[in-house]
Design a protein around this ligand. Structure first.
Ligand SMILES: Cc1cc2nc3c(=O)[nH]c(=O)nc-3n(C[C@H](O)[C@H](O)[C@H](O)COP(=O)(O)O)c2cc1C
Length: 262
């Protein structure tokens, strides 16, 4: 979405872009008495597009539509604290799935939610691999179990496998792997996946972080490449599917210790 410039016919010279641009790319051209844009250091965050009351920022397409706020930009008009807080509490890591496949459309919607997660410096390198083949997921599970360090866990997991249970991906119909050419995307991928998981929840879907798979795919790049084709950095792995378990209440969690410095 490179910013191309300012539509001077629309610009009212309010200078909101100058105040809000994190990389200070807008300034006043004193000779022409108008706001000008300088693209150096622009991180394409789009704050100028958001903040301009006149919609005067000209930018290239990014296969996305601008979302116009219907009422105001006050988020509480879209979702209440109580609703989002309840969603945070209700969401469980799901480890029992029905075999029903999730529609391509729903998977697309979930991945699309990840797109709007914040990223350091507005870097946008994340990619997502969706594995929906039972055989491939089984193969991945077996390969992961084979290289587990603890022989006790390995044997335990192997005996689960013999009973038809998948102790890594929990027989989920889909596995999503977030990866990137950039190892610094670790935090970005965690936030993006959290967005995706919370969105999945609102579609009646369950998910679970699979740190085991993440660790093994990182430590054994040849397994990763052979089974997923990923040659860059795996940054997060999650399951996705319709839960075959019902939860009746949210468990308590210990408080976060707070310390204040005045
Ligand atoms: C980074 C990370 C890695 C995780 N890896 C696994 C995993 O490999 N297998 C698993 O069953 N759960 C995994 N979990 C899920 C946690 O066990 C779970 O979030 C925690 O027990 C709290 O339960 P809840 O998510 O249902 O509230 C992981 C969670 C996180 C945040």
């Amino acid at each position: 979405m490179p910013i191309i410039g300012i539509d001077i016919k629309k610009c009212s010279n309010c200078q909101a872009c100058i105040k809000d641009c994190p990389t200070r790319n807008f300034s006043i051209d004193d000779s022409q008495k108008k706001v000008v844009f300088n693209e150096s250091n622009c991180i394409l965050c789009g704050h100028c597009i958001s903040v301009c009351p006149e919609n005067a920022i000209i930018h290239e397409d990014m296969e996305d539509e601008i979302l116009e706020f219907e009422l105001s930009q006050d988020s509480s008009t879209y979702i209440s604290f109580e609703s989002i807080h309840k969603l945070f509490r209700v969401k469980r890591s799901v480890r029992q799935y029905s075999s029903e496949k999730v529609s391509e459309e729903s998977i697309k919607r979930i991945i699309n939610s990840m797109r709007y997660a914040p990223t350091g410096g507005n870097m946008r390198n994340l990619k997502c691999l969706v594995i929906s083949s039972k055989e491939r997921i089984n193969h991945l599970t077996d390969s992961i179990i084979n290289v587990l360090e603890s022989s006790d866990t390995r044997e335990l997991f192997k005996s689960s496998r013999e009973k038809g249970y998948d102790p890594i991906f929990y027989n989920a119909p889909h596995v999503l792997i977030i990866y990137s050419k950039n190892p610094w995307d670790t935090r970005n991928s965690t936030i993006a996946m959290t967005y995706g998981m919370l969105s999945a929840e609102t579609l009646g879907l369950g998910s679970c972080w699979i740190g085991y798979a993440h660790g093994i795919l990182t430590d054994f790049p040849h397994i990763c490449k052979d089974l997923t084709g990923i040659e860059t950095y795996v940054l997060g792995v999650m399951t996705l599917g319709y839960p075959s378990v019902k939860y009746f209440r949210a468990p308590p969690r210990p408080p976060i210790q707070v310390r204040e410095i005045n």
